[in-house]
Design a protein around this ligand. Structure first.
Ligand SMILES: Nc1ncnc2c1ncn2[C@@H]1O[C@H](COP(=O)(O)OP(=O)(O)O)[C@@H](O)[C@H]1O
Ligand SMILES: [Mg+2]
Length: 546
């Protein structure tokens, strides 16, 4: 109570001070700063300081806004852009003048934008994706976060470009999908392979035993033709599933392309021009050349089909170095290293986005059923991936297509192919052969084929069984014909065990599976499933005589 007068006096003083500064601020706002500075004696210095501080903080704010890496937009209540930083202008591909006064609708946002804008104002903030169509036609995917009312009637939105990120994610999804489709197709094809082997083999026996002129002979030939078509389909599925037998060897890109052009001139029509460029013909790649040539033929045939009114197909070679996945997003899935790029470009109808994203799927086709299988690009994909490479497509509707195949460049001094010994004249023999195969159909076929051609045949249904047979067998075994993948012990392991006691025994492997890695340093031969009786007999004779 006693201090009351003192307090009152202080309060009065404060009120006066407040009053003075209030007036000063009013004067500032009204732009009368200089006038006030001159009239209010004793205080101009303070005022000038305040003024400078204000300018400095404005400059600082502007610098932050202009220097920000993310694009920022200031938007008014109607959703119109009233300020933008340089990052935003670059992102939108416009000048400041072109942007101000526009709204998201002008850059491709859908018509229901009004509702979204109202919801944003009500919620006070929003985030999401924005699909921008730039004046130059480029499409970009932007991620944005917006905050309403950073000052009265002013809203801030910050955006950044996620186009490449989204594309990579999509490609990854795509390659995972192809991967699992491939596993499925490869698995089915592997089982069908064995069945077809038996069908073809036994049907051949029947066919050959029917006398000439027997009407059943033609029926049997029909069975064989159908089986051959089925085997062809199975081979393509194996290729897509990366389960094909590939025999890589060093070859130049130029050689591969030259072989293909020889073949394709016959495949394309006269109204289509075939142009061959020689960007990097000397690049050495380590591939199964006939398989890569098949890939290129598939691409050329597709290019031809895409140009019903004629045009040109360009084959080109180039080299590329993948430093890291981040710096080379165009070749997703490739490990860093040197690559040879073979490209096939056409001036045809091109593809829309939906087609482009599905072309490598097996059985995907936009062509009439009957004239297409939809397996051309699926097999191309499988073969290229299995070769350690990558295939990609660039295309737009009405603007043609370019397919690029990346193949790893050869390390120096790899693989040379052993020359094949000449085909033996006689397929028969009388040597002793041990057949080891866990698939009964395939085993029975192999045993049958060999017996019918004079061989003495022992059989075993697995490696354990085989070792027992070897133990009980008094005579020497001339040749071991074995499957590669079997339960408990692999074919190569079995061969090694037996050769301990039978050093000069020859070995032939039967396999339809690439995962069956074989060491290359022994004189072993391989028959790829599905094989015909002829294939098998040839391989056996080669091994015995070689
Ligand atoms: N060069 C190309 N230009 C336009 N579309 C293409 C091209 N290559 C492939 N396509 C599209 O990809 C699909 C799949 O091709 P593919 O796997 O070879 O099967 P198919 O040729 O039997 O239809 C085609 O049906 C076509 O729609
Ligand atoms: Mg095709």
């Amino acid at each position: 109570v006693t201090e009351e007068p003192v307090l009152l006096a202080q309060l009065g003083e404060l009120r006066e001070q407040l009053q003075r500064s209030h007036e000063m601020i009013r004067a500032l706002i009204a732009g009368e700063v200089d006038a006030v500075a001159e009239t209010s004696e004793g205080e101009p210095a303070l005022l000038r300081q305040a003024q400078a501080a204000l300018r400095e903080s404005e400059t600082r704010l502007r610098a932050v806004f202009d220097g920000a890496l993310d694009a920022m937009l200031i938007i008014d209540d109607d959703g119109r852009y009233i300020d933008a930083n340089p990052a935003a202008l670059e992102l939108f591909g416009v000048t400041r003048e072109q942007l101000l006064g526009k709204s998201a609708v002008d850059f491709g946002e859908p018509a229901d934008y009004d509702a979204a804008w109202a919801a944003f104002l009500a919620a006070g903030q929003a985030e999401g994706e924005f699909h921008l169509v730039r004046p130059d036609g480029q499409r970009r995917t932007l991620e944005f976060r917006a905050k309403a009312r950073i000052s009265p009637g002013r809203h801030l939105s910050s955006l950044h470009d996620v186009t490449d990120k989204r594309r990579l994610e999509e490609e990854l999804r795509q390659s995972h999908r192809l991967e699992s489709l491939g596993r499925l197709a490869g698995g089915i094809a592997h089982d069908f392979n064995n069945m077809l082997l038996a069908i073809t083999g036994f049907a051949t026996f029947v066919h050959n035993e029917l006398p000439e002129g027997d009407p059943k002979r033609e029926d049997q030939a029909e069975v064989l033709r159908a089986a051959a078509r089925a085997a062809d389909l199975v081979r393509q599925l194996l290729a897509f599933g990366r389960k094909q037998m590939l025999t890589p060897k060093a070859v130049t890109a130029g050689q591969v392309v030259a072989d293909v052009t020889g073949m394709t001139r016959r495949l394309i029509r006269e109204d289509i021009e075939l142009v061959v460029r020689h960007g990097a013909d000397a690049a050495l790649v380590c591939v199964d050349a006939p398989q890569i040539e098949q890939v290129l033929v598939n691409l050329v045939v597709n290019a031809r089909d895409a140009m019903p009114d004629g045009g040109s197909i360009t084959l080109d070679t180039a080299t590329a170095t993948i430093v890291s996945r981040v710096s080379s997003p165009e070749a997703e899935g490739l490990s860093p290293g040197n690559y040879c790029v073979i490209s096939v470009t056409d001036t045809g109808v091109g593809m829309d986005e939906d087609t482009r994203s599905r072309v490598f799927e097996p059985f995907f086709s936009t062509k009439e059923r009957g004239e297409s299988t939809g397996l051309g690009l699926a097999t191309a994909y499988g073969i290229v991936k299995q070769s350690g490479g990558h295939i990609e497509v660039e295309s737009a509707l009405g603007r043609g297509s370019t397919f690029r195949i990346y193949l790893p460049v050869c390390e120096v001094g790899v693989q040379t192919v052993r020359p094949m010994s000449p085909a033996p004249a006689e397929l028969r023999g009388c040597e002793t052969i041990l057949v080891v195969e866990d698939e009964p159909m395939v085993r029975r076929l192999a045993v049958e084929v060999l017996r019918r051609h004079g061989y003495r045949v022992l059989e075993a249904r697995d490696p354990g069984d085989a070792l027992l047979v070897v133990e009980q067998e008094a005579d020497r075994i001339d040749l071991l014909l074995t499957d590669v993948v079997m339960p408990r012990m692999s074919g190569p392991q079995l061969a090694q065990r037996i050769t301990v006691s039978q050093a000069d025994m020859r070995v032939v492997f039967m396999s339809g599976y690439v995962d069956d890695q074989l060491t290359d340093d022994r004189s072993e031969l391989l028959v790829a499933k599905p094989f015909t009786p002829q294939d098998l007999l040839l391989a056996i004779r080669r091994a015995l005589d070689g």
